[in-house]
Each structure stands twice: as structure tokens, then as C-alpha cells.
Design a protein around this ligand. Structure first.
Ligand SMILES: Nc1ncnc2c1ncn2[C@@H]1O[C@H](COP(=O)(O)OP(=O)(O)O)[C@@H](O)[C@H]1O
Ligand SMILES: [Mg+2]
Length: 372
């Protein structure tokens, strides 16, 4: 069966809940992965990502809800199709290779549907794709962790599955190698046209790999959408803070606005709501402060530089706004995409990019978070 013979909705979980004793691992989760897309499930440790993937694979018996593959129900109250009959390729954290088989034999193992003569050629093709052709005759114990992981990925993709499930597939690799294997995997997945559901706890990895991201929190989906939507239109403070460090200010809604040192931000929250304002460090733009700068200008204020540190691709600047904001202590971070000449003690003009400032009802207050 070629990938195009599956409908657009390749894998669907419908109202799935799952518990382990008293632990509620998944709470009414619904999710669809479309043919050709990479959907990343991301969230903090213990939020239910692996459980969701194991249920999709058939490695965990379903308790409540349904799993569909294409138009076929593969798991529900009175049905649980075995993993090997679901037609999915998987790489889980413990990517067990067969120790007594060579790399080529490991990859060929999953190719029983191909004619015998074609198996070796297909195995060779994926080993070349993952840059491990020279390991074809090696045994798993002769390989590094990274090499084993690439073999596991090659083995999972060799049969051209319609659905690929990956659980932290790059976690055993050091950072340079991880970048390379991620890149190879992304292109191999997109070229295959498979529907991919990949678990990671790493927000940057999710953004690197994903066409769409499902952010999970405590067994539920907090927000699902394209990476750009989660980054620029986070639905909650949790979603906003998951993808980068954040500056936090507190305030109260007055006349549809929240005041900040950079001017007032508009919000649709109710009058008197206690709020937190989350500002990404890259939203604070810096310039030399001209003398007598009109600080009353919207979204602009003057700050003193406490420290500036080059982090490689960007510079992090620590700012003290106490003097100009009237607050007793106001320390914010600005991130700029290059090396800058600002140093300790400099006075700088700070401008806020309001598209990266988010107003939420304070989570310790009893109001629903609504985007400002
Ligand atoms: N086999 C199990 N037995 C008992 N509790 C489990 C088991 N598997 C997972 N859990 C619990 O379910 C919750 C979700 O776990 P998991 O799906 O592994 O999260 P994640 O992959 O997001 O880290 C956690 O509280 C975890 O401790
Ligand atoms: Mg996990």
C-alpha cells in the first residue's frame, strides 16, 4: 500500500484517556496527524507524551477512546490491533537492535513484504541516506550510541511506513551529531510522505522538526498549531513561557489596558483583573539613549545596562529599569541577534515590540487566561 492510498487524516486519537493506578496520564486527548506532516508532541517530563505514542502504536492497551489509522479503527473498547499489524514504523527511547544481526540484517528484518531480491538494495539505500553505509556489516555492539540510533531510524523507515512514531529519537546523541541526524531524519520523513508523530521534551527540537506542534501539559493538549502560531499567539502563559525564557511583569487591567514601563498594552481582560505580562527578551530593542530622550513616547523607556554577555548567535543584555520605571527593583533581559557594543553602566533606550508581549490573567488569580 503506497502512502497516497491513505486518506489525509492518517492517524487519529479520539477522546483518549489513560490512567496508571491513581495517576491520570492522559485526560480526554484528541489529535489528528495528516499524511505528509510531522507533528511534534512536546511538553515537560511526565505530561503523557510517551503514553500517547504507545497507545497509538498498540504497545499499551487502550482504556478509553479510540485510535484510527486511516479510516480503520485499530483500538477501542473491544478491539486492540497488534502493533505489527498497524503498519507503523517506530523508534522508541530504547531503540533495541538485534544484537546477533548485522546492521544490514537489522534493516532487512522489517522488509519481509518486499521481494527477496529487493530487500538488500532497499537496506543499502536507507543506510546511504543516513550516512552509515560503511557500517553495513558491523554488529550493534561495535557501534556508538549515535550510530545505533541512526540504524534504528533507518530500520524504521526502510519499509516506507505510512505512519512513523518517534519517541525522543535523538536524545542519546551529543549536540553536533544530533543536529546532523535531525536534519537527515527531517528530510527522510518529508521525502517519504509518511505521517509522523514525534515526541520530544525540547522546544527547539520541536520547532526544528514540526509542521505542527501539540503542546501537552498534565495529560492534556494545551495548544496545537503551527510553530509560528504557538510562538506568536500563545494561548496561555504556560505556552508562551515554554518556547523561550520570558521577562515577567505584573499589573492590573484599567480601562482595557495594562501599564508597563514601555507604555500601556491593550487587553480584552475584564477591568480589575490581576495580570502578568510576559515579554520575550528579543522583544526589547535597544539603542543608544540620546540625551533628554522623550521617555513619554509609547513603548519606550531608558534603562541602565547591568551586564552584556555574548552567547554565540546572540547577546543577552541585563537591564535595570528601576530608576526610570519607579519600581523598587526591575531587572529585565534583552536578547539581540549579534554582538553589541553596550556595556556595564551604559544608558540605553529600550523599545518594546508589542507583538511579542503577552498579557494573561495571573495564574494564581481565579480567572481564565484569555489572550490580551
Ligand atoms: N507503566 C507505568 N506505570 C505507572 N505509571 C506510569 C507508567 N508509564 C507512565 N506512567 C506515569 O504516567 C505519567 C505520564 O508518563 P509519560 O507518558 O511517560 O510522560 P512523558 O513521556 O511526557 O514524560 C507520569 O506521571 C508517569 O509517571
Ligand atoms: Mg516520555
Amino acid at each position: 500500500m503506497a502512502p497516497e492510498s491513505l486518506p489525509d487524516d492518517a492517524l487519529t486519537l479520539e477522546a483518549v484517556s489513560h490512567g496508571f493506578g491513581a495517576v491520570r496520564a492522559l485526560d480526554d486527548v484528541s489529535l489528528t496527524v495528516r499524511t505528509g506532516e510531522v507533528l511534534c508532541l512536546v511538553g515537560p517530563s511526565g505530561c503523557g507524551k510517551t503514553t500517547l505514542l504507545r497507545l497509538a502504536a498498540g504497545l499499551e492497551a487502550i482504556q478509553k477512546g479510540r485510535v484510527h489509522i486511516g479510516s480503520r479503527v485499530v483500538a477501542c473498547a473491544d478491539l486492540d490491533i497488534a502493533p505489527e499489524r498497524r503498519g507503523v514504523g517506530m523508534v522508541f527511547q530504547d531503540y533495541a537492535l538485534f544484537p546477533h544481526l548485522t546492521v544490514t540484517e537489522n534493516v532487512i528484518f522489517g522488509l519481509h513484504r518486499l521481494a527477496f531480491a529487493e530487500r538488500r538494495a532497499r537496506a543499502r539505500e536507507v543506510l546511504v541516506q543516513f550516512g552509515i553505509a560503511e557500517l553495513a556489516d558491523a554488529y550493534p555492539h561495535m557501534l556508538s550510541g549515535g550510530e545505533q540510533q541512526r540504524v534504528a531510524l533507518a530500520r524504521a523507515l526502510a519499509p516506507k511506513p505510512h505512519i512513523v512514531l518517534l519517541d525522543e529519537p535523538f536524545s542519546g546523541l551529543d549536540s553536533r551529531l544530533r543536529d546532523r541526524v535531525r536534519d537527515e531524519t527531517l528530510h527522510a520523513l518529508k521525502a517519504s510522505g509518511a505521517a509522523t508523530l514525534m515526541v520530544t521534551h525540547d522546544p527547539e527540537e520541536a520547532m526544528f522538526m514540526a509542521d505542527r506542534i501539540a503542546l501537552m501539559r498534565a495529560g492534556r493538549i494545551e495548544q496545537i498549531g503551527r510553530p509560528v502560531a504557538l510562538y506568536f499567539q500563545p494561548a496561555t502563559a504556560f505556552a508562551a513561557a515554554f518556547f523561550s525564557d520570558m521577562n515577567r511583569l505584573e499589573g492590573v487591567v484599567r480601562d482595557g489596558r495594562v501599564s508597563t514601563p514601555f507604555g500601556a498594552l491593550e487587553t480584552r481582560l475584564a477591568e480589575g483583573t490581576p495580570v502578568e505580562v510576559l515579554i520575550r527578551p528579543e522583544a526589547l530593542h535597544l539603542a543608544w539613549a540620546p540625551e533628554e530622550e522623550q521617555t513619554e513616547k509609547h513603548y519606550r523607556t531608558v534603562a541602565r545596562v547591568l551586564a552584556a554577555r555574548l552567547l554565540g548567535r546572540s547577546t543577552l543584555i541585563h537591564l535595570d529599569l528601576s530608576q526610570h520605571s519607579g519600581a523598587a527593583h526591575l531587572h529585565l533581559h534583552s536578547r539581540v541577534p549579534k554582538h553589541v557594543a553596550f556595556g556595564e553602566g551604559d544608558e540605553v533606550a529600550v523599545t518594546l515590540d508589542v507583538s511579542q508581549a503577552f498579557v494573561f490573567a495571573r495564574s494564581d488569580a481565579a480567572t481564565d487566561p484569555v489572550r490580551g
